[in-house]
Design a protein around this ligand. Structure first.
Ligand SMILES: [Zn+2]
Length: 440
């Protein structure tokens, strides 16, 4: 499922700054060793805020800070080295000025900014990030990419006093159920599966869907070979009503997480605009990555990098493949490799700018992607001759991807991120690198 591709012809202009008046290019992070036990308490902190603006402006508004359960992320990999996403945030120790944590992500607000609505109106979306709780006072800094140059710019910062009595204690009212436990929490990828639109009598239907999700994931390389460092837990949180809203057909459902089809007027695109509720439920299990299963048989889904993924729990014919495809987006921001015929312009992938996704290139900055895997003499663009199959293909630069026909390239003719087949060798390698980082 596409992340969003309703309007690709809007030429985004330079973002103006929100609460941060003077955007500046990002300072590099010093390479000092960060000793987890010296700097962090072992708990998770959650910073809730609202991200508002229109297609060319953005502002951040603080909501609250919540102290949640144990930190489920790595105690070693604390500075995300992958230049993925449209956003990143940093935690800076006030006393030393050192960056002690950094993570990258994308949001629904980022996507909304590329819709027609954003050219004529202002909107606000709830957002939230989590990080290991620092022992000492810290500043949280938010960065976004400039829409034209794609360079990082600081947008907002706020200092948090760790002794502030306004820090809200987190609640864990829902039951957590183990679906697959591969390793210990600190050295594994911890995925949490959340239900939406399942009523109190449908617990076992939801848990059966969770096992189906787990089986689907482990069917595909490289997840098959990495089962031992992936944990999957479910949180059982029932809704008042069954199903998911379908605003385009006039159907609204009182479900817990507010999931719906017709996101940004795209019928199959399922999302929720209530991300903080999603975090509330996810907090009932140790987690790094969120996936929501919606109680519907209607085909659809969505996935946003380090935000959440979402898919229909019912049998839609391609249920398992859709799960894994959306998880490719939400885990590490893999880009869609498919083409929309006749599509030549994209605000998401402007000409002359290298996509940050690991599996797409415009040859502006190909370094560190799959350039070393292309054998000498391979024609660029590479073409898979008609009638050939996987055993005849080689890694190259096949033209088309990210909904565009021309000017953007992928490494292999077919992929889970293109046609719901196996992950291509380029995606597989990128996933392994990402797991190596998370599972340290
Ligand atoms: Zn791929």
């Amino acid at each position: 499922m596409k992340k969003v591709y309703i309007l690709t012809a809007i030429m985004a202009t330079l973002f103006s700054c929100g609460t941060q008046k003077n955007a500046s290019t990002v300072a590099p992070i010093a390479g000092k060793k960060i000793v987890y036990n010296d700097l962090f308490t072992g708990k998770t902190m959650r910073f809730d805020f609202h991200h508002a603006g229109n297609s060319t402006t953005e502002q951040y508004f603080f909501d609250r800070v919540i102290r949640e359960g144990m930190w489920a992320g790595s105690e070693v990999s604390l500075i995300n080295p992958f230049d993925y996403g449209e956003q990143h945030f940093r935690i800076v120790d006030v006393a030393t000025g050192e960056v002690i944590y950094k993570n990258n992500y994308c949001t629904l607000f980022n996507e909304w900014q590329t819709t027609p609505e954003a050219t004529t109106s202002e909107r606000s979306f709830p957002e939230s990030v989590i990080f290991p709780e620092p022992k000492s006072n810290y500043t949280i800094e938010f960065y976004a990419r400039n829409k034209v140059t794609k360079e990082w710019e600081k947008r907002y910062s706020q200092t948090v006093n760790v002794a502030d009595y306004n820090i809200v204690p987190g609640k864990t009212p829902y039951e957590s159920v183990d679906i697959h436990i591969g390793g210990n929490i600190a050295n594994s990828l911890d995925i949490v599966l959340l239900p939406d639109g399942f009523t109190a009598d449908e617990k076992y239907k939801f848990l059966a869907s969770c096992h189906m999700w787990s089986d689907a994931l482990f069917k595909y390389a490289p997840f098959t070979q990495n089962k031992h460092r992936i944990n999957i837990r479910a949180v059982w949180a029932p809704s008042n009503e069954k199903g998911i809203s379908k605003p385009g057909t006039g159907k609204w459902v009182d479900n817990l997480l507010g999931t719906r089809f017709f996101t940004f007027n795209s019928e199959r695109y399922q999302m929720t605009e209530e991300f903080q509720k999603v975090r509330d439920v996810a907090a009932c299990a140790p987690y790094e990555s969120i996936f929501i299963l919606t109680n519907t048989n209607k085909y659809g889904g969505g996935g946003i990098y380090n935000f959440y993924g979402l898919g229909s729990a019912g049998e839609t014919g391609k249920t398992g493949e859709v799960y894994v495809h959306e998880f490719g987006h939400s885990l590490m921001g893999l880009g869609d490799e498919y083409i929309e015929k006749g599509n030549t312009v994209s605000a998401l992938y402007p000409e002359g700018k290298e996509p940050w996704e690991a599996n797409l290139t415009r040859f502006v900055d190909f370094n560190g992607k799959w350039e070393k895997k292309i054998e000498e003499g391979t024609p660029i663009p590479t073409v898979a001759e008609k009638g050939t199959t996987e055993k005849d293909w080689k890694i190259g630069a096949y033209e088309g991807g990210a909904y565009l026909e021309k000017g953007i390239y992928r490494g292999w003719p077919e992929c889970m991120m293109k046609a719901l087949t196996e992950f291509c060798p380029v995606c597989q390698e990128a996933i392994i690198k990402y797991l190596d980082y998370i599972c340290k």
